[in-house]
Design a protein around this ligand. Sequence first.
Ligand code: HEM
Length: 592
Amino acid sequence: MDGLNFEDTSSSFIGVNFLWMKWILSIWLILLAIAIFYYWKWSRSTTVELINAIPGRKPLPLLGNLLDLDVYNEGRCLNICCVNDRHEFFVRVAEFLKMMTIDWVKEYGPIYRVWLCTRPFVILSSPELVQKILASSKHITKSSDYLNFSNWLGNCMFTSTGAHWKNRRRLVTPGFHFQNHNNFINIFNEKSSNYAAEFERIIDTQGDTEINVTHLMAKCALNIICETAMGQQKKLEKEKEIYVSNIHRSFDGIEFARFSLSVSTDLGFQTTGFTSCVHLVVKMNAVSMPFTLSRKRLTTPPQNKLSVTQDRREILERHPNTCSDKTESSEIEKGKPQSKSRFAIVDWLIQASNKGADLDDNGIREEIDLITFAGYDTTSAAMVWFLYLIAKHPEHQVMHQLKTSNCQTDSFDFRFMTKQLIVDELDSVFGGNQDRPCTIQNVSELKYLECCIKETMRLYPSVPYVMRSLTEDVEIGGYTIPAGVTVVLSFYGIHHNPCVYPDPEAFKPERFFPENSIGWHPYAFIPFSAGPRNCIGQKYAMLELKVVFANMLRRVEFSVSDQVISDAPDLGFVLKPKHGVRLVISKRLNKP
Ligand code: HEM
């Protein structure tokens, strides 16, 4: 009997389970049918039709062009979504972005679209098309890819839009005014001379030697921006290393999160319930791990920034003339060290706040964090690329050697002989003096150096592209891009576009000679972006780069040994050399 009872219970149990399974299956089938219906409806919507009218690869249902962008290596699929190793992940993301924003330009031209799952991107890489977005005061909203910067930088001008952005930009702009350049140049001179001396010390102990210059140049850029933004702060000295590692970790985190957001959501792009469901599944399966990781990383803020503001308030009370440029500029022109506490950008913000501007200490911290971050990685990347290119093209560095050795190589372009090249120019501007600080007047005389810096930023723009989320439909290049879509404005694409720059991969500073750049489109060279949301530190950065190189190249010569370095750029928010840059350094003894 017991046995019979057991069999009865078990068969009724199986029966109930079967019923449940039928129910669950039916619900899933209904959900699937609804999803397919929504997807079908969405894929025939005007928005999708408008986007698909733009050239680009045929997208797969749900996956879009995700598989086209996957990197295949020797038959092995390097699918980004299946990576556990952090380093490997970044290598693949960089490859992925390179393919999406650079390689496909050659295939599809100056306007094309890419679907990452159900999220569309439109990539623009001609001056005329990019101008349409950048010049407009309507299209200033950053895409959702930048949202993760907010975890780190708060509601600063870089991450915000509308009235808040306008207010912050208005308050910060005077800090970069031309009259403050005299204050900045003293800091640029002092720090770059220190690092030139550091290079010389290495040569004294090791002889002419090959080193990775990336680290020293990064420290130079960091010291400069910390002091110009926050003033001299002893407590920050200890924390700079931590700050650098925080920046790099935060960047990694942002790249992680950005990628996950790219394929999973675009808050500005309102699609259907079905696509949201797809987003969720993709996000949960493929990218939630990096996203969580990134959040942890991003919660490590740069240290002590609030106390920096408080300390500067005290200094300003003790030296109310710190913001005055008059005494400072006269001292700099005479090459004297400054007696007063130096002006820092934070001082302007404190003064504005004291005068009743809508900016509390937390707002000041946000903007100073932003300026430190924006002014560090970008300029340090530009410095390293410049040294790399100059080392690879010594004819631009050492004019007199070419003159004296009667160098008649076929590869040498003799148009250069008629122009002042860097060292000759430096010698003529500084009269052969290797130590004299650079003045504003000197900077304006270093015209060839400026062409070399511009050509560096053309080939390797520190910010290779920016992204905007459209708030209204826009007609571009004969296509309508619907509101909500993310447009990628590829500066790298413009700068390497053969229609804009003949022989675009060659390093030719003479492109920027005034006589050669007549008639250029105003958006042909835009490493600092353009329009109302351009780089606020553009003039500061050009001044910094010129002073740093004027001081370095008068004392140190940079050259390449064999084939140790590659110019493979690592494509992220900032374009850096993938493997760092190793250069041979030697002392420049050839004073006239
Ligand atoms: C080689 C050096 C630099 C390059 C190539 C560069 C490039 C750029 C670009 C392309 C943007 C626009 C970003 C976007 O629209 O998403 C930008 C914005 C910005 N840059 Fe720079 N930058 C450089 C140096 C600096 C320096 C030295 C500072 C400050 C000291 C700075 C501060 C800023 C700020 C605050 C913004 C945000 C402006 C806004 O959103 O209104 N940059 N930069």
